[in-house]
Structures are given as structure tokens and as C-alpha cells.
Design a protein around this ligand. Structure first.
Ligand SMILES: [Zn+2]
Length: 226
């Protein structure tokens, strides 16, 4: 029997290494990607009322409300469905945020018959660890590589492409605290919701990239063995 598509929902605060894991998992498992941030940036280009309003909300650092996000998901899901057997599954990054989005997502997955292999993973790190990591984080504007610079190292060179690493302007302690605050306000309720249903898989995010990845793979394979 054809396996049901794998739906991976990755949750984690800023600095958890979520983005790195998304890329590793995508490559390893041949999954599609659905990032709400990317979808909204794409939607902004259309130039109609909602496009302008999305731009306005994002520029103010606000949250685009669930119905607008949900419409974009549904269109994307329909496109995935049209791929037929070629569709192996999808990684959701940065969603759901509010509790309402979690509920809408459950209904959407049920609608498309994708509710058999859903994995909800929280890459768990403390606020202290997040702040520490981000203070040491540099990124390569050329290839998007994220590097954690150790104290002994004095390198501004990207190990992937050789480009020059920079500190992102939003990666100040203040900026980080703002994002952590945002996580507490927008995401924790959703995390608790999944946890109370016994659906949340916590992954220790305070380990090396390889170990986090291995722990995630173990959880995914568990599902495939039963
Ligand atoms: Zn690079």
C-alpha cells in the first residue's frame, strides 16, 4: 500500500536551529516545504488589497491573521495534492502560531486525508541558550549559511561558499528578547495544546546539529515501523 504523505510540523524559538533542521530534513526525506513567512512574501507581490495590507502588517512587525494565512495554505495544499504520488509530504516551518491556526491546520490535513502521519516536533531550548547562541551567530548573505562563532575562532569567512559572514541587524539582545516574547505570546499556547493531546514530540535542541537531526529521524522512523 502506498504510504501516506509525511506531515512534519516544526516548532521552536528563534535560535533553536529550526531552519538548519528544516533544510537537512527536506533534503534527506524529499519533502516539500511550506513556510508561512515565504508564502506571505510571495502573496505581497500580487499588488491587490490583501497584498498591500500584508506588507503594512509585516512592516509594523505585526501578525497576519489566521484566515489570510489559512487561505494561502489551502491553495498550496491543493497544489501538493495535484502532484499525486509524487508528493511525499511537507515540512511546515513557522506554523501554526496561534491556537486557531493549529485547529484550522488539523481540519485541513483531515480534508486532504493527510492526518495519518503527522509529526509535531518542538526543538526545545531555554531562553538563556537562545540568547547565547544568537549573540554568537553570524550569517552569510550570499548563501544563507548560519554560523555559530566560538570564542577561539576569529573567522568571518563562510565555510560553505567563502563569502563574508555578517551579524544580522535584528540579532541584538533586544531583538532576540522581542522574538522570545513573541514566541511566548503566539506559539506557547499552541505547543501546550499539542502537548495536552499527547501529540507533541520534544527534541532536546541543546545538542549538536547532528544529534538533533538524529533524534528527529528516530522519531520519524518510529512511525514507519508500526
Ligand atoms: Zn556562504
Amino acid at each position: 500500500m502506498e504510504k501516506s504523505p509525511l506531515i512534519l510540523i516544526l516548532l521552536g524559538k528563534s535560535g533553536s536551529g529550526k531552519g538548519t533542521q528544516v533544510n537537512l530534513l527536506k533534503d534527506k526525506l524529499g519533502l516539500d516545504f511550506l513556510g508561512t513567512g515565504a508564502l506571505l512574501r510571495e502573496r505581497k507581490k500580487i499588488g491587490d488589497f490583501s497584498a498591500n495590507k500584508i506588507a503594512e502588517v509585516i512592516d509594523k512587525g505585526g501578525i497576519v491573521p489566521p484566515p489570510v494565512v489559512f487561505k494561502l495554505w489551502m491553495d498550496k495544499f491543493e497544489a501538493f495534492k495535484n502532484k499525486g504520488d509524487e508528493f511525499k509530504g511537507v515540512i511546515l516551518d513557522g506554523s501554526p502560531r496561534k491556537l486557531l491556526e493549529a485547529k484550522l491546520l488539523d481540519d485541513s490535513l483531515g480534508w486532504f486525508n493527510w492526518d495519518k502521519r503527522v509529526k509535531i516536533l518542538l526543538i526545545d531550548i531555554s531562553d538563556e541558550e537562545a540568547i547565547n547562541r544568537i549573540a554568537k551567530r553570524k550569517i552569510c548573505p550570499k548563501c544563507g549559511n548560519i554560523a555559530i562563532i566560538s570564542d577561539s575562532e576569529d573567522s568571518n569567512k563562510c565555510s560553505v561558499c567563502g563569502g563574508e559572514l555578517i551579524i544580522r541587524p535584528e540579532d541584538t539582545v533586544e531583538g532576540t528578547q522581542k522574538r522570545l516574547e513573541w514566541f511566548r505570546e503566539e506559539v506557547v499556547e499552541t505547543v501546550n495544546h499539542y502537548e495536552s493531546m499527547g501529540r507533541l514530540i520534544k527534541i532536546n535542541g541543546e545538542q549538536s546539529v547532528e544529534n538533533v537531526f538524529n533524534d528527529i529521524m528516530k522519531e520519524i522512523e518510529k512511525d514507519d515501523n508500526n
